[in-house]
Design a protein around this ligand. Structure first.
Ligand SMILES: [Zn+2]
Length: 211
């Protein structure tokens, strides 16, 4: 109960804070699938699957995994996806001082080769964001990209449970998944089919919020 009150208050704060994106307009008929923690050895399979399903996604990449691997970053982009930062070493932003935080984000952004429209996007590892790190990021010009629907694919290995979690998806939602997990890939075809059956279209998070 306390947890749900906390997340309600947190979401209310995020929704009211300029520079934080969490839920797109409910009138768009669009949703965004997002994947954290890549790249990893399963990335190619994930991208192949998304190609097959014909949907774009947004990938929040760990800077340390893409530094000096611009070919990997280009592969996501070439296939129509959005890439953005997810910290350099996946440390909690709330544990980093201002200088470390901004250095991590800058290094990751460099490794990404810059991002769409100049203003870089970042998603905090573990979703861990306190008031100080939030203010520091936004003041430094970052857009903080959260999510509205957690698939909880990190707390189960059962694709059916992930499908169930995503069954109530509504227009404008941003769904959180993780790369590198067999069960997430297994769940995706059904999740995308359910989204299409609900009359919704998958777009990148950038496009969801640009509309
Ligand atoms: Zn992560």
């Amino acid at each position: 109960m306390l947890d749900s009150v906390r997340s309600f208050v947190k979401n209310a704060v995020f929704d009211a804070f300029p520079g934080v994106l969490r839920h797109g307009s409910p009138t768009t008929k669009r949703v965004a699938l997002t994947f954290d923690d890549g790249p990893d050895p399963m990335t190619e399979r994930c991208l192949d699957l998304l190609d097959e399903l014909g949907v774009p996604a947004t990938f929040f990449l760990i800077g340390g995994r893409i530094a000096n691997h611009s070919d990997v970053v280009r592969n996501y982009l070439r296939r129509g996806h959005q890439v953005a930062g997810h910290g350099f070493d996946h440390k909690r932003f709330s544990k980093l001082g201002r200088r470390d935080l901004l250095a991590q984000c800058a290094r990751t952004n460099d490794a990404l080769g810059g991002q769409l429209n100049g203003r870089p996007w970042v998603r905090p590892p573990h979703g861990a964001l306190d008031a100080t790190s939030l203010v520091n990021l936004v003041a430094a010009g970052y857009t903080v990209a959260m999510w509205s629907l957690d698939s909880y694919d990190y707390s189960t290995t059962d694709p059916a449970q992930i499908i169930e979690r995503c069954a109530g998806i509504t227009a404008g939602e941003v769904v959180l998944f993780h790369e590198g997990q067999e069960w997430t890939l297994e769940a995706l075809p059904r999740i995308v089919a359910n989204i299409h059956a609900a009359g919704l279209e998958c777009v990148t998070m950038h496009d969801l919020f640009a509309s």
